[in-house]
Design a protein around this ligand. Structure first.
Ligand SMILES: [Zn+2]
Length: 296
């Protein structure tokens, strides 16, 4: 199926029973999301521990009720929820990753409505966690549950791995992954923790930027030097640091660190073509971030 067919009629491949169930279930889906969003599952706030556990239990019950095979794995922190639909011999397995914890809501005075009292404005749900990541997780769960509830067989097996510590570094997930490798074996991982491209235009995010943090020390002279007496003769550490940082990228924005691109896979044509069909507008994008032009 081409991208244009997909975007003009994203639901065209769904069996009619599933589609009608999804359509009929809109209000119920929204009500359930709102119920989940009311639980302040702030993983970084130790006074909210019970709430984070409650958010996990809430989801576990939903998945259980839908007939998924579920498991709550106790960790040193918050539980890892693992669930799956029945295996489909010969078909691929997709693993959906997501999280039920949320960021702290402060500063509270910047909220139009309280963060844990969800409201719908202009057809959008406003609450902490609505788009990171409870809304997306529930979209996947509702889709799968409605598919199963309509009596249809899924064309592939779907597994879920939903954690409660994404906002605090996922240490327990890291520790548990080797043990869960067999249980979570899959052909593709779908990260629910991303967004759709535009209203009515779902998107599969196939790459995310990473981040590296470090502490850097630049040594200079042993004491303060007067610029008039020493400037020019002795290198200024601040300038040395600027030059060091600037040397990490060339004028085109390409990273100039030796070997950095060695393991970076080239972008396949299918991806480039899919991007082209998104109809991205550089000018609109630049103005949306208040920049006069784009770079790179
Ligand atoms: Zn997230």
């Amino acid at each position: 199926m081409s991208q244009s067919e997909q975007s003009s009629s994203p639901a065209s491949q769904l069996p009619a029973e599933v589609q009608s169930r999804l359509d009929d279930g809109k209000q119920r889906h929204e009500a359930e999301l709102i119920e989940w969003l009311k639980i302040p599952s702030i993983s970084s706030d130790s006074s909210r521990r019970d709430d984070v556990h409650q958010a996990a239990n809430w989801l576990l019950e939903k998945m259980n009720a839908a007939g998924l095979q579920t498991e709550s794995i106790s960790t040193n922190g918050f539980p890892l929820l693992v669930a799956s639909t029945p295996p489909v011999p010969g078909a691929p397995v997709a693993l959906v990753y997501g999280h039920y914890d949320v960021q702290p809501p402060e500063p509270l005075d910047l909220w139009t409505s309280p963060p844990f009292e969800p409201v719908v404005r202009d057809g959008k749900v406003f609450a902490r966690g609505a788009t990171d990541d409870k809304g997306q997780v529930l979209t996947h769960i509702h889709s799968v549950c409605d598919w199963l509830a309509s009596g249809q067989r899924l064309p592939l097996q779907i597994k879920f791995l939903i954690e409660g510590e994404e906002e605090v570094g996922s240490q327990n997930l890291d520790d548990w992954l080797p043990e869960l490798a067999e249980k979570l074996a899959c052909d593709v991982v779908v990260v629910s923790d991303s967004s759709q491209y535009a209203p009515g235009r779902p998107a599969v995010t196939c790459g995310l930027r990473g981040i590296a943090t470090y502490e850097l020390f630049v040594d200079g002279p042993s004491h303060d030097l007067h610029s008039g007496s020493f400037g020019g003769a002795v290198a200024n550490p601040a300038m040395a640091l600027c030059q060091l940082l600037a040397s990490m990228k060339d004028a085109d924005g390409k990273i100039a660190i030796d070997g950095l691109y060695d393991d970076v896979a080239p972008i396949p044509d299918i991806e480039r073509n899919a991007w082209k069909q998104l109809g991205a507008d550089d000018e609109e994008f630049a103005s949306s971030v208040g920049a006069s032009e784009l770079h790179g």
